[in-house]
Design a protein. Structure first.
Length: 343
């Protein structure tokens, strides 16, 4: 059981003799007691140095105990302090009014010492238990946040390791993924995607072509046009990436984003021919970033087509293949904000 010694109590009563009696009684029980002879002084004292408990008389001039309680509960600094009314008013209506204002207890004068102390002890311990519980909850919350931070760091490290394995086989694809991730993040910010979704989108972008790990290296680096069979193998990479990633319990839909990044709004994409609302917003953003980077950059089989050609592709197929809001964000990013893909 938590100790009730040295608790801070504010005693309020406009009768000096009553206030002195109450103060001495509380001090004899080991409490740290401050006294206030009227409502204004009580409020000032409570706000400057909040007590753990307030014992409050009701019948006071200028500002009665009910008004003091109302103001205490209205102030964020004192709203959680429990208030026990101590009054000669014994009618049920007064007691109910005190509870309605936020009082936790009501003791009628003249009070019995043992009864008053029992109530003070009980409410003081409840207050300390509540505060202790709040501290425990905060401590646990901090631990969970720290664990979540560590988990996210581990996931980033894992994703980076995946990207590195692909880079060893195909440096063109690995560099492409990093630049796509950079552009996708910028687009997501402009579109208004939440910070949490952006974190998942970035990781999905970094490995969106990881399924190419199973495509023969000679096909990936082939200098000429791909034949139908070779292109068919390339088109398997979204599904392959999904199969590799789906068993990992990410807090974001990374596997789903990867498998959908070649889907198109009109259903002309692959591997599943999804349409518009069937496609995740993360995948729609990734699709635009992927197309732009692929067209701008040099590849073993062709020279880069240039930014202008990439933006024309987006404009021409806005709403048909690509999400309008994402296309608009991309045009604005390059044409108005001076964005450039990282080297």
């Amino acid at each position: 059981m938590l100790s009730t010694s040295n608790g801070k109590i504010l005693a309020v009563d406009d009768t000096p003799a009553s206030l002195r009696l109450l103060t001495d009684l509380l001090k004899s029980e080991g409490y740290d007691v401050r006294s206030a002879i009227n409502g204004s002084l009580a409020l000032e004292s409570a706000i400057k140095n909040p007590p753990e408990l307030v014992l409050l008389d009701i019948c006071m001039p200028e500002m009665d105990g009910f008004e003091v309680c109302r103001r205490l509960k209205a102030n964020p600094k004192t709203s959680e302090i429990p208030v026990i009314f101590i009054s000669a008013l014994a009618e049920t209506d007064e007691k109910l009014h005190g509870f309605e204002l936020g009082g936790v207890d009501y003791v009628t004068k003249p009070y019995q010492r043992q009864e008053l102390m029992a109530r003070v002890h009980a409410h003081m311990e409840l207050t300390r238990l509540r505060n202790h519980l709040e501290d425990l909850v905060q401590e646990r919350t901090d631990e969970l946040r720290e664990n979540e931070k560590k988990l996210r760091t581990s996931l980033i490290d894992f994703i980076t390791a995946l990207s590195a394995t692909l880079e060893m086989r195909d440096p063109y694809t690995a560099g492409h993924q990093k630049r796509v991730a950079h552009l996708a993040t910028a687009l997501a910010i402009d579109v208004g995607v939440s910070h949490d979704k952006i974190a998942g989108l970035y990781l999905a972008s970094v490995v969106h072509d990881y399924g190419k790990i199973l495509v023969p290296a000679e096909i990936l680096s082939k200098p000429g046009r791909l034949n139908e069979l070779e292109y068919g193998l390339i088109k398997l990479h979204p599904q392959t990436g999904y199969e590799i990633l789906k068993g990992i319990d990410f807090p974001w839909p990374i596997a789903q984003t990867v498998v959908q990044h070649h889907e198109r709004r009109n259903g002309a994409g692959y591997p599943h021919g999804l349409k518009d609302t069937e496609i995740l917003i993360e995948a729609k953003i990734l699709a635009v970033a992927d197309v732009v980077e692929a067209m701008v950059s040099h590849r073993p089989y062709r020279a880069g087509l240039g930014l202008e050609a990439a933006l024309q592709e987006l404009t021409r197929n806005r709403g048909e293949l690509y999400e309008p809001a994402v296309v608009d964000a991309c045009l604005k990013l390059f044409q108005e904000k001076g964005y450039r893909l990282p080297a």
